[in-house]
Ligand binder design. Structure first.
Ligand code: ADP
Ligand code: MG
Length: 225
């Protein structure tokens, strides 16, 4: 599913030069559940952004879902980001004035998909994440855990095969965090999605297939495979 060969990413120049990734090589099999841990600044977000095609300013080789990201046109890359990958963030990134159905179906608005089928599909994914009763609720009417579920539903909307989650439990209490992780586990084991989750709270992800430890831009354990 994911193949990294000596991937490096440098930010800035001269005194402010930061090597965010240093020759990272990695293989991730389809349908696995991988967690990425490491201190702040170790390169976790940079790694996810490259996998998800949000950042192509790296050296080395990256293949995701059998595609070489560097060889894609802008159009292919944006299609890859919209269809192959679903992103989940720490801060949910929902629009406050839209209800759950509208937040989830928003990508369809840009792709020109028919409203009715988009809303039906949004409803399906919201039911999948356990929010059958919250379809019309706006973010301000939802708890943190529910907001994160809306965000996960939005990530699922385009039927991606890969979910990339950057500290998805960072803003949740432990119990809500556990429920959110249980949902990721189920998306992996029941729906066969590949899940890669960055986390500070390694203990929450005890059922992950594999844990990758990062330190100063390098994979210090859990590497290639
Ligand atoms: N846009 C940026 N410009 C300059 N430096 C950055 C940028 N993004 C990240 N970095 C630096 O790259 C390193 C890795 O950052 P990041 O991948 O965000 O780490 P993590 O997610 O593990 O906290 C850090 O030293 C960070 O300061
Ligand atoms: Mg980060």
């Amino acid at each position: 599913m994911i193949h990294f060969e000596k991937v490096s990413r440098v930010y800035g120049k001269a005194e402010i030069r930061t090597e965010a990734l240093r020759e990272v090589s990695l293989e991730v099999q389809a349908a696995s559940f991988v967690t990425v841990v490491g201190t702040s600044g170790s390169g976790k977000t940079t790694l996810l952004n490259i996998i998800g095609g949000l950042d192509t300013d790296y050296t080395g080789k990256v293949e995701v879902a059998s595609k070489t990201l560097k060889e894609m046109s802008d159009k292919e890359l944006s299609q890859f980001r919209n269809k192959t990958v679903g992103f989940v963030f720490q801060h949910f990134n929902l629009l406050e004035h839209l209800n759950a159905l509208q937040n989830v179906s928003l990508p369809a608005f840009f792709s020109g998909e028919d409203d009715k089928t988009a809303i039906e599909r949004a409803e399906q994914v919201l039911v999948r994440v356990g929010l059958k009763d919250k379809l019309q609720s706006r973010p301000g009417q939802l708890s943190g855990g529910q907001k994160q579920r809306v965000a996960i539903a939005r990530a699922l909307f385009s039927r991606p095969r890969l979910i990339l989650a950057d500290e998805p439990t960072g803003n949740l209490d432990t119990r809500t965090g556990e429920q959110t992780i249980a949902l990721f586990e189920s998306l992996n084991s029941d729906d066969g999605l590949t899940v890669i989750a960055v986390t500070h709270e390694e203990f929450l992800f005890k059922n992950a297939t594999r844990t990758i430890h990062m330190e100063d831009g390098r994979l210090v354990s859990g590497g290639p495979e």
